[in-house]
Every structure is written in structure tokens, then in C-alpha cells.
Design a protein around this ligand. Structure first.
Ligand code: ADE
Ligand code: SF4
Length: 369
């Protein structure tokens, strides 16, 4: 297994390198390579296409030929040159990074990940790019192009927008790295993603590593990479019941602690009926067996059949829609064996001591208005 993986990696390195030597675009920051030029070009290209970034790269290298010139510039000057690129913190960070390079590193970009981490706006990708492109040091680097190429080459379905998924790609990039030609190798992966392994309609027939490409072999290349954020947002309808017990002035309410295996583990909430992905009609809700069971646990309950409050709440993968109903009762019946979880009877004044989901806090606030 080990040997077959390493011979596959060797083939990939060779083919990617040879392809890059033939096909690489003649880009200005590749022509005149310096760590400062790599820093400039990579920060400019962070959220910008190469064709758009090119003119900004020229502007910056003309206005600030060295890192000392950039460090000495005013923020206004830098932002003016940055105009139109968007994400202006990139421009401000670039100037501050130049100042640190001058003040702390004698005007030369450092050659370690740790030192580069001290530069604002310089993340893992840019650090790897500086170390490999500029200094030809054996560090991997993974940008959006590389995520796409690696996920397709190895048919990886790990999401590229989670920390756990990203570690898989960085680990793979480290193992695949051509330690003799780190600059060429890393740029080849980026270039393949830009020219050949494009997001839509990848040019697989002309690809130098098509024979090694597992995503191509399985016919799933274009569906990769996977982003978790793209997964469907599930609607979820929730019906809460504010159960007020006792006389005015000494009222308590029912709460219970949420268990494991779902959202809000360990938070407190009111009695709840879940509608699932569809709303429940009022008739269905009022005839719900869980509502009957709840009412059966109360002495002299009065259910108000109009919702007192409505609220929406978006979680990463769920869109919650909630309603709050009021039930008044004189007290609680003694618990029976089959009660699934004993209720907590909490004096209204003490409720703040129990952590609740924001959704529920908002429902309660709205109900009190
Ligand atoms: N996109 C981001 N960095 C790049 C680089 N150095 N060359 C080409 N495209 C890029
Ligand atoms: Fe990308 Fe297609 Fe090449 Fe695979 S064969 S790396 S999917 S261009």
C-alpha cells in the first residue's frame, strides 16, 4: 500500500512538473521572483482573479518597488491604490506587514512559518506560498485551486470548508510535495486548477494526470470538491408551550434540560412538540398525543389556542420556525412511571439562571410584550 501510494505520488509529481514547465503562464510575479513580490501577488490574488489582479500588481510594484517603500506609505495611499479590489483590510494588513518586515526582520521576509505568522493578513496559504515559491523551501500550500485538484485526483469527499476536512488536504499536500522542486510543484497544482481542472467543465481529456485521476475514473470530478455549507438547509417546525403554574405573583414554569444527540445539548427549554420539516396545522397540533400527555400531567390546565409569539432562527444546517403557546394550570400531577423526563418547576424570577437557546429567549420576550 505504502509503495503503491509512493509510486503514484512520484508519477504525479513528474507529470505535474513536466506539464508546468511546458504550460505555465508567464505571469509577472513568476518572472521576477522575490519574497516581497510573492507576498504582494498572493495578497492581491486572495479574493481576486488573476486577470483582474494583474493590473493591481503592476500598480503596487511601480508605486512601492521595495518593501521599504510600502512600509513608508500612508494608509491612504495604499487604500487608494487598492481601490476597486474590495476587502480593504487586505490592503491595510499588507502595509502593516511591510512595516513589521522592516522593523522586525531587517526588510527581508522571514523563512519560517512561525515568523511569517506574525504578519497580519498572512494565513497558512500565503505562508506556504512565500516559503515555497520564493525560497523554494519544502512546504506545501493549499488554496482553492489545490483543494479542487486534490479532491478530484484522489476522489476525496472531505468538505473543504471545515477544519477537519482542511487538515486532510494539507496532510495530503505535504505527502505529495515534490521536495526537490517545491516551488514548481506547488505552482503546478495551482496552475492545473486554474487552466485545466477548472470548477466547471474540467478539461480532463487534455489533463496531464488524467490516467492517475480517481475522480475522473469514477466520473465524479465535476461534483468535487464538496462544501459542507452547500448542504441543504433543513426546515424544522417547533411548538413550545409556556406552562405557567400557580397563582399570580408566585408562578413557576416547566423547563427541562435537553439531552445529547441534537442541537442545544445541555440547554434548558420549555415543553416542545416537533413538527418536523412541515408546519403542523392548528388542528393537528391541538390533537397531538404529546400535548395530551402534557396536559394530563397538569392540574386544571387551560390551553390558549392562539400562539403568543413566533420566531425564526437560522443554524448552519437548519432553519428553525418556532411558535409559543401558553398553558395555565394550577399545578402538576404526581409523576407517573412512564413520564419520560421529570419536569423542573422553576420560579419565574429564577429563569435567568437557566441557559436557554436564543430562539426561545426571543419567543419569551416577544410573548411578554
Ligand atoms: N492564484 C493564486 N495565486 C496564484 C499564483 N501565484 N499564480 C496563479 N494563480 C494564482
Ligand atoms: Fe482535474 Fe480532470 Fe485532470 Fe482529474 S483528469 S485532475 S478532474 S482535469
Amino acid at each position: 500500500m505504502k509503495t503503491s501510494a509512493s509510486s503514484l505520488y512520484r508519477t504525479l509529481r513528474q507529470r505535474l512538473g513536466a506539464w508546468y514547465d511546458r504550460e505555465a503562464r508567464d505571469l509577472p510575479w513568476r518572472r521576477d521572483v522575490s519574497a516581497y513580490h510573492v507576498l504582494l501577488s498572493e495578497v492581491i490574488l486572495q479574493q481576486t482573479r488573476v486577470d483582474q489582479g494583474m493590473s493591481y500588481y503592476h500598480r503596487f510594484t511601480e508605486a512601492f518597488p521595495t518593501v521599504y517603500d510600502l512600509a513608508a506609505a500612508s494608509e491612504d495611499e495604499v487604500l487608494l491604490l487598492w481601490q476597486g479590489l474590495g476587502y480593504y483590510s487586505r490592503g491595510r494588513n499588507l502595509r502593516r506587514a511591510a512595516q513589521i518586515i522592516v522593523s522586525d526582520f531587517g526588510g527581508e521576509l522571514p523563512r519560517t512559518l512561525e515568523e511569517l505568522s506574525r504578519l497580519p493578513g498572512v494565513g497558512p496559504y500565503t505562508r506556504g506560498a512565500i516559503l515555497s515559491f520564493a525560497y523554494n523551501l519544502p512546504f506545501p500550500t493549499v488554496d482553492g485551486n489545490v483543494y479542487r485538484v486534490l479532491s478530484r485526483l484522489f476522489a476525496l469527499t472531505d468538505p473543504i470548508d471545515t477544519g477537519a476536512g482542511q487538515r486532510v488536504y494539507w496532510q495530503l499536500a505535504e505527502e505529495l510535495l515534490d521536495r526537490e522542486h517545491p516551488s514548481r510543484h506547488n505552482q503546478a497544482l495551482i496552475e492545473l486548477g486554474a487552466l485545466c481542472c477548472t470548477p466547471r467543465n474540467p478539461h480532463c481529456p487534455e489533463c496531464p494526470v488524467q490516467e492517475q485521476c480517481e475522480g475522473y475514473r469514477r466520473g465524479i470530478a465535476e461534483t468535487l470538491p464538496i462544501k459542507q455549507g452547500k448542504t441543504r438547509v433543513r426546515p424544522r417546525y417547533m411548538y413550545y408551550f409556556l406552562v405557567r403554574l400557580g397563582e399570580a405573583g408566585a408562578t413557576s414554569r416547566l423547563l427541562r434540560r435537553r439531552g445529547a444527540g441534537d442541537i442545544w445539548q445541555g440547554l434548558y427549554e420549555l415543553p416542545l412538540i416537533e413538527g418536523g420539516e412541515e408546519p403542523l396545522s392548528t388542528e393537528t397540533l391541538l390533537a397531538h398525543p404529546r400535548l395530551s400527555a402534557l396536559l394530563g400531567q397538569l392540574r386544571a390546565p387551560r390551553l390558549h389556542p392562539q400562539p403568543r409569539a413566533r420566531a425564526k432562527h437560522r443554524l448552519s444546517h437548519q432553519q428553525l420556525y418556532a411558535e409559543l403557546y401558553l398553558i395555565e394550570a394550577e399545578g402538576l400531577m404526581p409523576p407517573t412511571e412512564e413520564d419520560e423526563q421529570p419536569w423542573l418547576l422553576i420560579p419565574e424570577a429564577e429563569q435567568e439562571r437557566y441557559a436557554m437557546p436564543v430562539l426561545l429567549t426571543r419567543l419569551l420576550e416577544e410573548a411578554e410584550d
